[in-house]
Design a protein around this ligand. Structure first.
Ligand code: EPU
Length: 346
């Protein structure tokens, strides 16, 4: 276990916001976390506690006047397997993309489309990360957690996890911030069936002149990585948190109104009465793509991503967020909800 007092959080959030926390605690196993929690409840129960992952979905608005927990649980083990599937337990501190690569190397499939998404496995399970027609929650069998209040262990099975678009039970008010995830159990396939439903993926495969029967998981991973790199800024170079907003789900009627003015507006069907509209498209129509407000800007290749052009504070990013929300609301009557979690006071 490692303790860092007055710790800078700049390296722990992909926006690169320069704030600090009173204390950061990095733990390597459940027992270390339990030992720290005992100490915390005795010595510093008044301090707020925040568990972070890769910091790829956080916006710090101010210094954090409390304790940051960071998991370095790294073990990966097979719990069960048969001819077709494998159940793998993965430490919450494993970098998500490292596990995607590890899984492909071991002949376990299903996660390819989630290649290169930043963050840790624990946060992937909280956030139900998704991309190119796949969602992590679909492959998560259970999640092991430790209560930050009393140190008890709890296993959540798939049906309890309430997975939906960018949502899990860990984001619900009653549960949020109360558990540290220690392990995530994935159920993966041993036969590779490519998921190419997402617009553009099939075309990318064809453009590479790969015959469908020759497409391997490694090739698909490379295509996904290339696609992401073409559109999304590298957080190591330009601070950002991926999609800043969720794609709003609106009624079919609202979509019809949009189509009257924009017949080619993109959308994805959700059910017979609802569609999801790409927030990046809405933001682009409002003229924000590539534009800045102080040191914060809307990315020039994907308007759903807000970037730190250097030295931005959380409040700078928040001002841009509000300005973008206002434009979209005024033009389309749609309220964009941030996907990113705001921490601290504005
Ligand atoms: N679009 C625009 N202008 C833009 C951006 C997008 O017109 O500036 C249009 C595109 O032309 C396309 C549509 O919007 O028709 C969808 O764009 P894209 O494929 O880039 O996907 P997205 O809906 O904007 C979502 C996820 C991404 C994920 C991609 C691919 C959310 C909030 N975001 O974005 O996730 O990589 O699909 O599956 O659902 C993330 O969560 O950090 C993230 C990057």
């Amino acid at each position: 276990m490692e303790f860092y007092k007055k710790c800078s959080l700049k390296e722990y959030n992909t926006f690169g916001i320069d704030v600090s926390a009173n204390l950061m605690v990095k733990y390597n196993c459940e027992d270390e976390l339990l030992a720290f929690l005992e100490q915390y409840h005795k010595e510093m129960p008044h301090l707020p506690l925040l568990h972070i992952g890769g910091g790829s979905n956080l916006l710090f608005l101010s210094d954090f006047p409390g304790v940051i927990l960071f998991s370095e649980i790294q073990d990966i083990s097979i719990l069960a397997e048969d001819e077709d599937t494998v159940q793998v337990s993965v430490g919450a501190g494993v970098t998500h993309d490292d596990f995607v690569m590890y899984a492909i190397q071991h002949g376990w499939y299903g996660l390819e489309n989630l290649s290169l998404i930043p963050g840790q496995v624990g946060s992937a399970a909280v956030q139900n990360i998704g991309a190119y027609g796949a969602e992590a929650g679909d492959m998560i069998k259970s999640v092991q957690s430790i209560s930050l209040q009393d140190g008890t262990k709890k296993i959540w099975f798939h049906d309890e996890l309430a997975y939906s678009y960018r949502h899990s039970i860990f984001k619900d008010e009653a549960v949020r911030g109360k558990y540290a995830i220690s392990y995530v159990v994935f159920q993966l396939k041993k036969h590779f069936i490519p998921c190419l439903n997402y617009g553009g993926l099939k075309a990318s495969v064809q453009a590479k002149q790969i015959p469908p029967e020759k497409l391997s998981a490694t090739m698909l991973r490379e295509i996904i990585i290339e696609t992401r790199q073409n559109k999304l800024p590298d957080p190591k170079v330009t601070g950002n948190a991926g999609s800043f907003f969720m794609n709003p789900i609106v009624s079919v009627n609202v979509m019809h109104q949009i189509q009257e003015q924009y017949p080619n507006a993109p959308y994805y069907e959700v059910d017979s009465e609802h569609v999801k509209v790409p927030a990046g498209w809405l933001i682009e129509q409002c003229g924000w793509k590539g534009n800045a407000l102080g040191p914060a800007a809307v990315h020039d290749k994907q308007a759903l991503v807000l970037v730190n052009n250097g030295g931005a504070t959380g409040k700078d990013i928040l001002s841009l967020c509000r300005a973008v929300q206002q434009s979209v609301s005024e033009r389309f009557g749609i309220q964009l909800s941030p996907e990113v979690n705001f921490i601290g006071k504005a």
